[in-house]
Design a protein around this ligand. Structure first.
Ligand code: PLP
Length: 364
């Protein structure tokens, strides 16, 4: 057998037909494609953090339960007392743990479409079917008639709802999310990756619904490089999910750094407040541009549609001007000619706006 034959024989067919998740190489462009917080820490804070890191015993395994960090997270995110938490190497790993724990050939993961791509990808890895239900075309709200029918028909093991939704930026109506939780036979995971920008949460509803889990991450808050996510819910669910967690999934540098960062979280609170204000500013400027449709956002990014010029041309023109955003055209029938821009620093937003204005008015 040649190596090509061996790979074709042994690797699961549903994996071979996947295209590896593509992330563009970082360079010195203005980077507004990945919902990162554009701000770093004040230098005296960096010094204190480095002093903490110097004491870390890298020769030892980390605390498998990350107790210090878990306590700090509970406090910082106001996790209700009755809820248990599970930490993941980013919320991506938590999605994977949920899928691994529930996977069986006849079981379904349900999610609206368009939404976060990892729900679908991870369903694939785990050998589960992923059923998607298109959002309403005009405002990306939930199509409740279609959601009800899909839940009834597929009896999903888990429904993922990003709240606010990525890549559309809107917050689904809370009473509709509640209805989905009530109708779903399995779990409902409310993915609150953008909670710092939304100022809305289902954490307070955990005690009301036994099949609800709420997911958070530090990535969009300003610690994307650390990879730390959190899942909160009833101890009986979390206890089972914890069994598929690899013992030392949260490395010691992440544990110490995240704990340090959360002890100084006023820095992040100031940064996220600034980003929320700049989002409103950016929204107003975009709305004033005639050749595009702007969608309201409760996250740290804004979705736009450039129907006349076409997403590809605008994306390319921006890239040539040194501004990298995300081209969503082709990722969903609902996202024709759509682009997604992350809210950056004020000067980055201005450069983006100028380049966009130029790209839209360009005659050729
Ligand atoms: C970015 C994002 C995540 C990924 O979070 P990580 O903790 O970085 O893995 C999860 N859910 C949604 C909806 C996101 O947009």
């Amino acid at each position: 057998m040649t190596i090509d034959e061996a790979v074709a024989h042994w690797v699961r067919p549903e994996l071979r037909e996947l295209i590896a998740y593509h992330v563009p190489e970082p360079d010195n462009r203005i980077k507004l494609d990945a919902m990162e917080n554009p701000y770093t820490w004040p230098s005296e804070l960096v010094e204190q953090w480095l002093a903490r890191l110097r004491e870390v015993p890298l020769n030892r395994y980390p605390d498998p339960a990350a107790r210090l960090l878990a306590g700090r997270l509970r406090e910082a995110m106001a996790i209700p007392d009755g809820a248990e938490i599970l930490l993941g190497n980013g919320s991506d790993e938590l999605i994977q743990m949920i899928a691994l724990a529930l996977a069986q050939p006849d079981r379904v993961i349900l999610a609206p479409e368009p939404s976060f791509v990892m729900y679908r990808l991870i369903a694939r890895f785990a050998g589960m079917a992923c059923v998607t239900v298109p959002l309403n075309r005009d405002d990306f709200s939930l199509d409740m008639a279609a959601m009800r029918a899909a839940i009834e028909r597929t009896q999903p093991a888990v429904v993922f709802l990003a709240y606010p939704n990525n890549p559309t930026g809107n917050l689904f109506a809370a009473e509709q999310v509640v209805e989905i939780i009530e109708l779903t036979p399995g779990l409902v995971v409310v993915d609150e990756a953008y909670a710092p920008f939304a100022e809305a949460s289902f954490l307070g509803e955990l005690s009301r619904f036994e099949n609800l889990l709420v997911m958070r991450t530090l990535s969009k808050l300003g610690l994307a490089g650390l990879r730390l996510g959190l899942l909160a819910g009833d101890p009986r669910w979390i206890g089972e999910l914890n069994k598929v967690r690899l013992p030392y999934n949260i490395n010691v540098l992440t544990q110490v750094s995240a704990e340090f960062a959360l002890a100084h979280r006023s820095v992040f609170d100031d940064q996220t407040r600034q980003i929320r204000e700049d989002r409103e500013q950016l929204f107003i400027c975009l709305q004033a541009m005639p050749a595009l449709t702007v969608y309201p956002s409760r996250a740290n990014f804004i979705l736009l549609r450039v129907k006349e010029k076409g997403a590809k041309r605008v994306f390319t023109a921006l890239k040539q001007a040194g501004v990298l955003i995300k081209n969503l055209h082709g990722t969903s029938p609902l996202l024709e000619d759509c682009l997604r821009v992350t809210v950056g620093r004020p000067e980055e937003n201005r450069t983006f706006l100028a380049a966009l204005s130029h790209a839209l008015s360009d005659g050729e």
